[in-house]
Design a protein around this ligand. Structure first.
Ligand code: ATR
Length: 292
Protein backbone atom coordinates (compact mmCIF):
# COMPACT_ATOMS: atom_id res chain seq x y z
CA UNK A 1 0.00 0.00 0.00
CA UNK A 2 1.47 3.40 -0.89
CA UNK A 3 2.27 5.64 2.08
CA UNK A 4 -0.60 8.13 2.22
CA UNK A 5 1.78 10.95 3.18
CA UNK A 6 4.16 10.36 0.23
CA UNK A 7 2.74 13.21 -1.81
CA UNK A 8 2.20 15.78 0.93
CA UNK A 9 5.17 15.68 3.35
CA UNK A 10 8.14 17.66 2.08
CA UNK A 11 11.23 19.34 3.47
CA UNK A 12 9.04 22.37 4.21
CA UNK A 13 6.45 20.56 6.30
CA UNK A 14 6.23 21.81 9.88
CA UNK A 15 5.65 19.49 12.82
CA UNK A 16 3.21 19.77 15.71
CA UNK A 17 2.29 17.03 18.15
CA UNK A 18 1.23 15.77 21.55
CA UNK A 19 3.19 14.01 24.29
CA UNK A 20 1.55 11.73 26.85
CA UNK A 21 1.61 8.24 28.33
CA UNK A 22 -0.44 6.48 27.08
CA UNK A 23 -1.15 8.39 23.87
CA UNK A 24 -2.71 5.79 21.54
CA UNK A 25 -6.28 6.88 22.29
CA UNK A 26 -5.66 10.61 22.03
CA UNK A 27 -8.25 12.41 19.91
CA UNK A 28 -5.89 15.33 19.28
CA UNK A 29 -4.16 14.02 16.10
CA UNK A 30 -7.50 13.56 14.32
CA UNK A 31 -8.77 16.96 15.51
CA UNK A 32 -5.62 18.92 14.65
CA UNK A 33 -4.84 17.23 11.33
CA UNK A 34 -8.43 17.90 10.20
CA UNK A 35 -7.96 21.56 11.17
CA UNK A 36 -4.57 21.81 9.41
CA UNK A 37 -6.06 20.31 6.27
CA UNK A 38 -9.04 22.70 6.35
CA UNK A 39 -6.65 25.64 6.79
CA UNK A 40 -4.39 24.29 3.99
CA UNK A 41 -1.37 24.53 6.30
CA UNK A 42 1.80 22.58 5.49
CA UNK A 43 1.99 21.02 8.95
CA UNK A 44 1.48 17.57 10.42
CA UNK A 45 0.39 16.77 14.00
CA UNK A 46 1.99 13.64 15.46
CA UNK A 47 1.33 11.62 18.68
CA UNK A 48 4.45 10.90 20.78
CA UNK A 49 4.36 8.30 23.56
CA UNK A 50 6.77 9.69 26.17
CA UNK A 51 7.49 7.87 29.42
CA UNK A 52 7.70 9.96 32.63
CA UNK A 53 11.42 9.07 32.63
CA UNK A 54 11.99 11.00 29.41
CA UNK A 55 10.01 14.22 29.80
CA UNK A 56 13.11 16.41 29.94
CA UNK A 57 14.59 14.86 26.78
CA UNK A 58 11.25 15.11 25.00
CA UNK A 59 11.01 18.84 25.73
CA UNK A 60 14.64 19.34 24.69
CA UNK A 61 13.76 17.44 21.51
CA UNK A 62 11.02 19.94 20.66
CA UNK A 63 13.71 22.61 20.56
CA UNK A 64 16.36 20.46 18.87
CA UNK A 65 14.02 19.25 16.13
CA UNK A 66 12.38 22.62 15.55
CA UNK A 67 8.92 21.29 16.37
CA UNK A 68 6.61 24.32 16.24
CA UNK A 69 4.40 23.32 19.14
CA UNK A 70 3.16 20.44 21.22
CA UNK A 71 0.26 19.61 23.45
CA UNK A 72 1.00 17.95 26.75
CA UNK A 73 -1.36 15.44 28.27
CA UNK A 74 -1.55 13.05 31.21
CA UNK A 75 0.74 12.50 33.09
CA UNK A 76 3.20 15.23 32.00
CA UNK A 77 1.28 18.51 32.44
CA UNK A 78 3.06 19.44 35.68
CA UNK A 79 6.48 17.87 34.99
CA UNK A 80 7.12 19.80 31.75
CA UNK A 81 7.08 23.15 33.57
CA UNK A 82 10.64 22.68 34.86
CA UNK A 83 12.03 22.49 31.33
CA UNK A 84 10.39 25.53 29.71
CA UNK A 85 11.90 28.96 29.07
CA UNK A 86 8.75 30.79 30.11
CA UNK A 87 5.33 29.94 31.55
CA UNK A 88 2.22 32.05 30.90
CA UNK A 89 0.75 33.56 34.13
CA UNK A 90 -2.54 31.62 33.90
CA UNK A 91 -0.66 28.33 33.45
CA UNK A 92 1.51 29.31 36.43
CA UNK A 93 -1.60 29.77 38.58
CA UNK A 94 -3.08 26.46 37.41
CA UNK A 95 0.31 24.83 37.93
CA UNK A 96 0.05 22.80 34.72
CA UNK A 97 0.84 23.26 31.03
CA UNK A 98 -1.10 21.60 28.21
CA UNK A 99 0.39 23.58 25.31
CA UNK A 100 3.99 24.48 24.48
CA UNK A 101 4.77 26.98 21.76
CA UNK A 102 8.24 27.10 20.20
CA UNK A 103 8.75 30.78 19.48
CA UNK A 104 12.07 31.11 17.63
CA UNK A 105 13.71 28.55 19.90
CA UNK A 106 12.12 29.72 23.15
CA UNK A 107 9.64 27.27 24.65
CA UNK A 108 6.65 28.99 26.23
CA UNK A 109 4.07 27.04 28.24
CA UNK A 110 0.35 27.78 28.31
CA UNK A 111 -2.74 26.13 29.73
CA UNK A 112 -5.71 26.27 27.35
CA UNK A 113 -7.90 23.79 29.27
CA UNK A 114 -9.72 26.35 31.40
CA UNK A 115 -9.82 28.78 28.50
CA UNK A 116 -11.35 26.02 26.36
CA UNK A 117 -14.12 25.62 28.93
CA UNK A 118 -14.66 29.38 29.05
CA UNK A 119 -14.97 29.64 25.25
CA UNK A 120 -17.36 26.68 25.18
CA UNK A 121 -19.44 28.33 27.93
CA UNK A 122 -19.62 31.60 26.01
CA UNK A 123 -19.98 30.33 22.45
CA UNK A 124 -22.02 27.17 22.92
CA UNK A 125 -24.08 27.85 26.05
CA UNK A 126 -24.26 31.61 25.43
CA UNK A 127 -23.33 32.35 29.05
CA UNK A 128 -21.21 35.26 30.17
CA UNK A 129 -19.33 34.17 33.33
CA UNK A 130 -19.48 37.68 34.80
CA UNK A 131 -21.62 37.76 37.95
CA UNK A 132 -22.39 34.04 37.90
CA UNK A 133 -22.44 31.83 41.00
CA UNK A 134 -20.58 28.64 40.11
CA UNK A 135 -20.45 25.21 41.78
CA UNK A 136 -17.51 23.08 40.66
CA UNK A 137 -17.52 19.33 41.36
CA UNK A 138 -14.01 17.91 41.81
CA UNK A 139 -10.65 19.21 42.95
CA UNK A 140 -8.21 17.49 40.55
CA UNK A 141 -6.23 18.88 37.63
CA UNK A 142 -9.27 19.65 35.49
CA UNK A 143 -10.98 21.44 38.40
CA UNK A 144 -7.87 23.59 38.90
CA UNK A 145 -7.85 24.67 35.25
CA UNK A 146 -11.58 25.46 35.08
CA UNK A 147 -11.71 26.96 38.59
CA UNK A 148 -8.81 29.38 38.13
CA UNK A 149 -9.99 30.42 34.66
CA UNK A 150 -13.53 31.18 35.90
CA UNK A 151 -12.20 32.94 39.02
CA UNK A 152 -10.25 35.22 36.65
CA UNK A 153 -13.41 35.85 34.58
CA UNK A 154 -15.40 38.00 37.04
CA UNK A 155 -17.72 35.29 38.36
CA UNK A 156 -19.51 36.32 41.55
CA UNK A 157 -18.59 33.28 43.65
CA UNK A 158 -17.22 29.77 43.45
CA UNK A 159 -17.89 26.61 45.47
CA UNK A 160 -15.43 23.73 45.05
CA UNK A 161 -17.10 20.48 46.17
CA UNK A 162 -15.11 17.26 46.29
CA UNK A 163 -15.30 13.71 47.68
CA UNK A 164 -12.06 14.32 49.58
CA UNK A 165 -13.02 17.49 51.42
CA UNK A 166 -9.45 18.46 52.30
CA UNK A 167 -8.59 18.77 48.57
CA UNK A 168 -11.65 21.00 48.04
CA UNK A 169 -10.69 23.24 50.96
CA UNK A 170 -7.09 23.52 49.76
CA UNK A 171 -8.04 24.37 46.16
CA UNK A 172 -10.70 26.86 47.26
CA UNK A 173 -8.23 28.62 49.57
CA UNK A 174 -5.64 28.80 46.81
CA UNK A 175 -8.08 30.18 44.23
CA UNK A 176 -9.35 32.78 46.71
CA UNK A 177 -5.84 33.82 47.71
CA UNK A 178 -4.48 34.04 44.17
CA UNK A 179 -7.46 35.65 42.38
CA UNK A 180 -9.54 37.35 45.10
CA UNK A 181 -12.66 35.53 43.86
CA UNK A 182 -14.95 34.60 46.79
CA UNK A 183 -14.41 30.82 46.94
CA UNK A 184 -15.33 28.15 49.47
CA UNK A 185 -14.56 24.45 49.63
CA UNK A 186 -16.96 21.71 50.66
CA UNK A 187 -17.34 17.96 50.89
CA UNK A 188 -19.95 16.26 48.74
CA UNK A 189 -22.10 15.71 51.85
CA UNK A 190 -22.80 19.44 52.13
CA UNK A 191 -23.03 20.04 48.37
CA UNK A 192 -26.81 20.24 48.50
CA UNK A 193 -26.78 23.43 50.59
CA UNK A 194 -25.03 25.25 47.72
CA UNK A 195 -27.31 24.16 44.88
CA UNK A 196 -30.29 26.51 45.30
CA UNK A 197 -28.10 29.58 44.64
CA UNK A 198 -26.09 28.15 41.74
CA UNK A 199 -26.22 29.65 38.25
CA UNK A 200 -23.74 27.15 36.80
CA UNK A 201 -22.84 23.62 37.95
CA UNK A 202 -19.78 21.96 36.41
CA UNK A 203 -18.71 18.33 36.81
CA UNK A 204 -14.94 17.89 36.54
CA UNK A 205 -14.85 14.49 38.25
CA UNK A 206 -14.54 11.24 36.32
CA UNK A 207 -18.01 10.12 37.42
CA UNK A 208 -20.02 9.23 34.29
CA UNK A 209 -16.94 8.77 32.10
CA UNK A 210 -16.64 5.69 29.84
CA UNK A 211 -16.63 2.83 30.84
CA UNK A 212 -18.44 3.88 34.07
CA UNK A 213 -21.28 5.47 32.13
CA UNK A 214 -23.97 4.61 34.67
CA UNK A 215 -22.28 6.57 37.46
CA UNK A 216 -23.36 10.12 38.20
CA UNK A 217 -22.20 12.81 40.64
CA UNK A 218 -24.44 13.05 43.73
CA UNK A 219 -26.36 16.16 42.67
CA UNK A 220 -30.08 16.71 43.34
CA UNK A 221 -30.79 18.39 40.03
CA UNK A 222 -34.21 19.54 41.21
CA UNK A 223 -32.53 21.61 43.93
CA UNK A 224 -30.84 23.79 41.29
CA UNK A 225 -32.75 26.83 40.03
CA UNK A 226 -34.71 26.03 36.82
CA UNK A 227 -32.47 28.56 35.02
CA UNK A 228 -29.23 26.86 36.10
CA UNK A 229 -26.82 25.58 33.46
CA UNK A 230 -25.44 22.07 34.02
CA UNK A 231 -22.02 21.41 32.45
CA UNK A 232 -19.97 18.22 32.27
CA UNK A 233 -16.40 18.25 31.03
CA UNK A 234 -16.62 14.48 30.36
CA UNK A 235 -16.91 14.03 26.57
CA UNK A 236 -17.05 10.24 26.37
CA UNK A 237 -19.95 9.47 26.35
CA UNK A 238 -20.97 12.61 24.49
CA UNK A 239 -23.96 12.94 26.85
CA UNK A 240 -23.24 11.73 30.37
CA UNK A 241 -25.98 10.58 32.71
CA UNK A 242 -25.66 13.92 34.54
CA UNK A 243 -26.29 15.81 31.30
CA UNK A 244 -29.23 13.53 30.45
CA UNK A 245 -30.80 14.02 33.88
CA UNK A 246 -30.35 17.78 33.71
CA UNK A 247 -31.85 17.92 30.21
CA UNK A 248 -34.79 15.73 31.34
CA UNK A 249 -35.43 18.23 34.14
CA UNK A 250 -35.64 21.03 31.57
CA UNK A 251 -32.37 22.71 32.53
CA UNK A 252 -29.85 24.00 30.00
CA UNK A 253 -26.83 21.73 29.50
CA UNK A 254 -23.28 21.93 28.17
CA UNK A 255 -21.51 18.64 27.34
CA UNK A 256 -17.73 18.27 27.35
CA UNK A 257 -16.84 18.02 23.66
CA UNK A 258 -16.81 21.80 23.24
CA UNK A 259 -14.14 22.30 25.92
CA UNK A 260 -11.95 19.72 24.20
CA UNK A 261 -12.40 21.39 20.81
CA UNK A 262 -11.81 24.91 22.13
CA UNK A 263 -8.69 23.98 24.13
CA UNK A 264 -7.31 22.57 20.87
CA UNK A 265 -8.42 25.61 18.91
CA UNK A 266 -6.63 27.90 21.38
CA UNK A 267 -3.44 25.84 21.04
CA UNK A 268 -3.57 26.00 17.24
CA UNK A 269 -4.13 29.75 17.40
CA UNK A 270 -1.08 30.15 19.66
CA UNK A 271 1.15 28.06 17.37
CA UNK A 272 0.12 29.35 13.95
CA UNK A 273 -1.60 32.71 14.59
CA UNK A 274 -4.66 31.57 12.65
CA UNK A 275 -8.36 31.42 13.41
CA UNK A 276 -9.04 27.78 14.18
CA UNK A 277 -11.83 26.05 12.21
CA UNK A 278 -13.82 25.04 15.29
CA UNK A 279 -16.63 23.25 13.43
CA UNK A 280 -14.14 21.10 11.51
CA UNK A 281 -12.44 20.24 14.80
CA UNK A 282 -15.70 19.28 16.50
CA UNK A 283 -16.71 17.11 13.55
CA UNK A 284 -13.34 15.34 13.61
CA UNK A 285 -13.73 14.70 17.34
CA UNK A 286 -17.22 13.27 16.90
CA UNK A 287 -16.08 10.99 14.08
CA UNK A 288 -13.07 9.79 16.07
CA UNK A 289 -15.18 9.11 19.17
CA UNK A 290 -17.74 7.21 17.08
CA UNK A 291 -15.00 5.01 15.57
CA UNK A 292 -13.37 4.07 18.90
P1 ATR B 1 -8.32 15.23 36.58
O1 ATR B 1 -6.91 15.70 36.34
O2 ATR B 1 -8.99 14.68 35.36
O3 ATR B 1 -9.15 16.25 37.28
P2 ATR B 1 -7.80 13.80 39.04
O4 ATR B 1 -6.78 14.82 39.41
O5 ATR B 1 -7.48 12.36 39.25
O6 ATR B 1 -8.17 13.93 37.50
O7 ATR B 1 -9.17 14.17 39.76
C1 ATR B 1 -10.28 13.35 39.68
C2 ATR B 1 -11.44 14.02 40.44
O8 ATR B 1 -12.58 13.16 40.37
C3 ATR B 1 -11.15 14.23 41.90
O9 ATR B 1 -11.82 15.40 42.32
C4 ATR B 1 -11.76 13.00 42.54
O10 ATR B 1 -12.12 13.15 43.89
P3 ATR B 1 -11.01 12.87 45.06
O11 ATR B 1 -10.17 14.11 45.15
O12 ATR B 1 -11.85 12.65 46.28
O13 ATR B 1 -10.23 11.65 44.64
C5 ATR B 1 -12.99 12.84 41.69
N1 ATR B 1 -13.52 11.47 41.72
C6 ATR B 1 -13.01 10.38 41.10
N2 ATR B 1 -13.76 9.29 41.37
C7 ATR B 1 -14.77 9.70 42.18
C8 ATR B 1 -15.89 9.05 42.81
N3 ATR B 1 -16.11 7.75 42.64
N4 ATR B 1 -16.71 9.79 43.57
C9 ATR B 1 -16.50 11.12 43.75
N5 ATR B 1 -15.47 11.79 43.18
C10 ATR B 1 -14.62 11.10 42.41
Amino acid sequence: MPNRFAQCLTGHTGVLGVIGDPIAHSLSPAMHNAALQALDKDYIYVPFAVSPLHVQEAVAGVKALGIKGINVTIPHKVAVIDYLDEVDPVAQLIGAVNTISNQAGRLIGYNTDGYGFLRSLQEEAGRDPEGQKVVLLGAGGAARAVGFQLALSKIQSLVVANRTESRALALAAEIHEQTGCPTVGSGLDSLDSHLSAADILINTTSLGMYPQITTVPPVEIEHLPPTALVCDIVYNPSETLLIQKAADSGRATLPGLGMLAYQGAAALELWLQVKAPIDVMKTALRMQLASQ
